[in-house]
Design a protein around this ligand. Structure first.
Ligand code: BGC
Length: 266
């Protein structure tokens, strides 16, 4: 354990699989106590919490649907009770429900907006309330840190995924507006924007050699990202090494944003 976040208390939403699991694990490895939020699969959540506790930090799994105000408030109350406060919130929970626009149902639209965007609002609001109540602690230069997990699709339009792209575009302005509002109180708010990372959400894009080859046309660095790429960036962004960073979107995408279609031609 390098101890960069020793004694800090973190909550990671959607932390029992994929990117959220890697983030929670890396935060624990760096010395933070971690609340592993999840909505389904108790066993997987308990296992992640167990793996984190093996680093010698505290870790608990807490079930809550981030799009439900009462469940979010109960989760933060539990964190207050168990850990005595919060220093780092990572808004990670997210999902896709893809369909062409003419076939997309209102339920598909609402679910994605509710989890991906409203969930980040509800959790951020509770975290900010707790940061303000706690005040500045000697544990970190900042009074609190919020990291929003966005996507390259906060800027890259995505045909067939209008609900998802709209939710990520919304996260960008949620994050930047919160950062502007809270900077004077030394609450830092930033986003990490993953590109193609090997997780269950995009299995179809990497599970066969043909799919992976086609995906690589969009990735100048010519490898798929791993969840740990995002976990390690999160530790750094949450730490005092990144104390002067607020209101930024950090793209962790192997160059996906570099208009790869222009590698040749134009
Ligand atoms: C999506 C993935 C996709 C990646 C790059 C992510 O935000 O969740 O499904 O592979 O963006 O397009």
């Amino acid at each position: 354990m390098d101890g960069k976040l020793k004694g800090q208390r973190a909550l990671v939403t959607g932390a029992n699989s994929g990117i959220g699991k890697a983030i929670a694990t890396e935060l624990g490895r760096a010395g933070a106590d971690v609340v592993v939020n999840y909505v389904a699969n108790d066993e997987a959540a308990a296992q992640v919490a167990g793996e984190i506790a093996a680093f010698g930090v505290r870790a608990i799994a807490v079930k809550a649907d981030v799009s439900k105000e009462d469940q979010v408030q109960a989760m933060f109350a539990r964190m207050q009770q168990e850990f005595g406060g919060i220093d780092i919130l990572v808004n990670n929970a997210g999902l896709q429900r893809d369909a062409p626009i003419h076939e997309m149902t209102l339920d598909q639209w609402n679910l994605v907006i509710n989890i991906n965007l409203t969930g980040q609002f509800l959790c951020s609001r509770e975290a900010v309330r707790m940061f303000k109540k706690q005040g500045q602690l000697p544990i970190s230069k900042a009074m609190g840190k919020i990291i929003c997990i966005s996507s390259v699709h906060e800027v890259i339009p995505w045909a067939g995924h209008v609900n998802y792209a709209a939710s990520k575009g919304g996260i960008m302005q949620l994050m930047k507006s919160m950062a502007q509002e809270l900077a004077a109180e030394h609450i830092r708010v930033n986003s990490i924007c993953p590109g193609a990372i090997r997780t269950p959400i995009n299995k179809a894009a990497w599970e066969t050699p043909e799919a992976l080859q086609s995906l690589m046309k969009l990735v100048p660095y010519k490898r798929i990202g791993e969840p740990e790429d995002i976990g390690k960036t999160t530790v750094w962004l949450a730490s005092d090494d990144a104390d002067y960073i607020t209101g930024s979107s950090i793209f962790v995408d192997g160059g996906m944003l570099l208009y790869p279609g222009f590698e040749a031609g134009g």
